[in-house]
Design a protein around this ligand. Sequence first.
Ligand SMILES: C[S@@+](CC[C@H](N)C(=O)[O-])C[C@H]1O[C@@H](n2cnc3c(N)ncnc32)[C@H](O)[C@@H]1O
Length: 329
Amino acid sequence: MVHYRHSYHAGNFADVFKHVLLVGLLAGLNRKDKPWCFLDTHAGAGDYDLGGEGAARTGEWREGIGRLEDAGDMAGAPELVAEYLRLVRAARGQGAPEHYPGSPQFARALARAGDRLVLCEKVPEVAAELKRSLRGDPRAEVHVRDGYEAHALLPPAEKRGLVLIDPPFERTDELDAIADLIGKSVQRFAGGIYAAWYPIKNRHLVSRCVRRVSRETGKPVLNLEFDNGEAAADEIRFASTERHKAEPSHRPGADRGRRGAPRREDASPGIVRVIEKVPMHACGLLVVNAPFGFEAASSLALQWLKPRLAQGSQASFTIEHGVAETPER
Ligand SMILES: C[S@@+](CC[C@H](N)C(=O)[O-])C[C@H]1O[C@@H](n2cnc3c(N)ncnc32)[C@H](O)[C@@H]1O
């Protein structure tokens, strides 16, 4: 079965948003000397080659990390962005010039001697790539298992830590699965920090998930969202069946990324309705038990990123406590 490959989307605007905030959460843990544990429930391959076939096919990174590298005004970048870019550049120094680090590598770069990385990846070939990318680092362990069962690995011995939940959104019930996992995890590890990434495709489902997490955990919830301002609605056109016979079917994982191949549905004899998925243009990070100072640092970072990642005048971001509402433009 063809499965979601993050290499198509690595370094895109959503990865920049997620990884800048991840750096902020890990920096919060590093404020104290006590060791922490980073549990990544959907870890991915660890390293990505932006010059490789997947990334080249979508070119998404050009509107993400590519924009920042072109920006040329890094001197005034806020602390979180500057640290994120420092880590991206340091990762490049060890690999190919078009290398982009995944979440396990950001955590590895910020981990100290006593800290620990527990990385779950369900797809065996991706888990094998992840193991290779860690180069035998004794602080990291890879579990080839379902990340939605990762609550079984909690609480960590360190009693401090961050759980990142970053699924591929191939399932229609992924937001419910996230809320379930956070609920079960908080019962075992109440003081942990939790961060879940999501694409904004259905505002109602997002709000329901945020409300559920707030209500069921009883913990402080911070919800951060970013919209790059690209047009929103799916494009629908009609065409003759003859002209579109050769078009491939919908690409798996397209909901997380840019334009997938168009989907065709019969409209009437000889005519098809061609539905083209527009790129995912907005996403969010739901954070439970955010560390002190994270909200203020994130606000500065998102303010700086907004014009640089914008795809139109409607780019926006929001930071809210508890419940996600429709973002203000
Ligand atoms: C969005 S990618 C992860 C990206 C990574 N967190 C990062 O920021 O670099 C999602 C990953 O989850 C893996 N995956 C899919 N279903 C899973 C499951 N049930 N449990 C664990 N991993 C899963 C996919 O193979 C993919 O590598």
